[in-house]
Design a protein around this ligand. Structure first.
Ligand code: PGA
Length: 230
């Protein structure tokens, strides 16, 4: 099964989210077991997206993700969103350790490892983002038993939001290194994935993490269609 994830980052107002969902519902194919579409909305829209897509059961193969998660359990951590806070919204995945979190919010490998623990303790599958510089260090910080329960997203800094998607040969080589340390986990690719290149990655990857191209619902629907035929 291919996992195709829309990571909207800090984009979209409540109104824009509603418009995206209207358009996506019109254009998205009916999904069987080949693809799981995953939406990672900004946190204030989580409940809305959850109600709209999941409670109505219009999209049985569309899952919800959070873009980040607190490294701490529920408690006195002002401003942090814990795994307990998102209980009841049918959150299936949590993106953790995205390079933008590491870069702008100074997250460490240990912070990311703690987020993995929080996610797993609360029934959420962590999607651990790595670039090829620190795969082993990141894996070493995560509890051994937890490694095999992660999805890993390989995203090279220079490929994110630049239009310079990473060459296939390099991605394949990095995937092998990821599997050596994490085990035989699903590994997905992210970094300037778009309609004209997703098929090459889905040939061997377990999915794609999509930023810019996911902001347009029609475009995201056509990425999903390519996932169905991959
Ligand atoms: P991009 O972002 O598709 O805009 O390169 C990918 C990501 O950061 O997850």
């Amino acid at each position: 099964m291919k996992l195709i994830i829309a990571n909207w980052k800090s984009n979209k107002s409540r109104e824009e989210v509603e418009h995206w969902l209207d358009t996506f519902e019109t254009h998205s194919p009916r999904l069987g077991s080949e693809v799981e579409a995953v939406i990672a909305p900004p946190m204030p829209s989580l409940m809305f997206v959850s109600n709209r897509l999941l409670a109505k059961d219009k999209h049985p193969r569309t899952a919800l993700a959070v873009q980040d998660l607190s490294p701490f359990p529920a408690g006195a951590y002002t401003g942090a969103i814990s795994a307990v806070n998102v209980q009841g919204f049918k959150v299936k995945y949590a993106i953790v350790g995205h390079s933008e979190r590491r870069r702008y919010f100074h997250e460490t490998h240990q912070d990311v490892a703690n987020k993995v623990t929080q996610a797993l303790e609360n029934g959420i599958t962590p999607i651990v983002c790595v670039d090829d510089e620190y795969i082993a260090e990141q894996a070493a910080a995560i509890e051994r038993d937890s490694l095999s329960r992660c999805v890993v997203a390989y995203e090279e800094l220079s490929a994110i939001g630049t239009g310079n998607n990473e060459p296939i040969e390099h991605v394949q080589e990095v995937f092998q290194r990821i599997k050596k340390v994490f085990g035989n986990v699903p590994v997905i690719y992210g970094g300037s994935v778009d309609v004209d290149n997703i098929a090459e990655y889905l040939d061997f990857a377990d999915g794609a993490l999509v930023g810019t191209a996911s902001l347009d619902a029609e475009k995201f629907a056509s990425l999903i269609k390519q996932g169905v035929s991959a």
